[in-house]
Write a protein of this length. Structure first.
Length: 211
């Protein structure tokens, strides 16, 4: 098992969890859902001597991506990665909700898209991309099997689930996909959601009131 640590920063007006996953041996790091405050994230990377190798987006909503532009200005070589079916949401201010809720319209282009089941070799281990549509049509979860952890954006929360009333959302699909794609992971898998505290697959299978 790789020596990975997870640094959590709650950023932006909606208190979005921005995760930095770090290999403590190589100092390689990925940032998952850079919600806001690019200056803070850049300072953290520099002060901790991290080698940033990826910016992973669980979905295209504005409150998970607002610091992408600033990060890319400082790290243009670091790829921004999103699920293939959320790429257009990232580009479209009406779909990513920045027109409705954000301070300014957001339109971003990913450097790479990933598909359901794709495996990336990153941070010295394998990370599986698991598409779980429902909150958005192409929500992507990032699963580190070796370290028993999944980063699932606004899909599954502690005792709750993500909203499905925004554009491209689908409540029935969300419940079905959580059952089939997250609840089938090992019980001990730690779930790192886009908001609020972390949980486990076992806890949500056995106690989440939506199921």
């Amino acid at each position: 098992m790789q020596n990975l640590i997870v640094v959590t920063n709650m950023l932006g007006d909606l208190g979005t969890n921005c995760y930095t996953v770090v290999n403590t041996v190589t100092r390689e790091a990925v940032i998952i859902d850079p919600a806001a405050n690019a200056e803070f994230l850049i300072s953290m990377v520099k002060n901790q001597n991290y080698k940033l190798v990826g910016i992973l987006l669980t979905h295209g909503h504005f409150d998970h991506v607002a610091a992408v532009k600033g990060l890319k200005e400082s790290y243009p070589e670091v790829p921004v990665i999103i699920g293939e079916n959320d790429e257009d949401i990232l580009r479209t201010p009406a779909a990513n909700l920045s027109l409705m809720f954000g301070d300014e319209p957001i339109s971003l282009k990913a450097d790479r898209t990933v598909k359901d089941g794709e495996i990336l070799n990153i941070l010295g281990t394998e990370m599986k991309c698991i598409e779980v549509p429902g909150h958005t049509k192409g929500g992507m979860c990032y699963y580190f099997a070796e370290n028993n952890m999944i980063f699932d954006g606004d899909t599954l929360f502690e005792s709750s689930i993500g909203r499905s009333d925004f554009p491209t959302g689908d409540g029935e699909a969300l419940l079905k996909n959580i059952r089939e794609k997250i609840f089938t992971l090992p019980d001990e898998t730690v779930v790192y959601p886009g908001h609020n505290g972390r949980t486990t697959v076992a806890r949500e299978k056995n106690g989440n009131p939506w199921f």
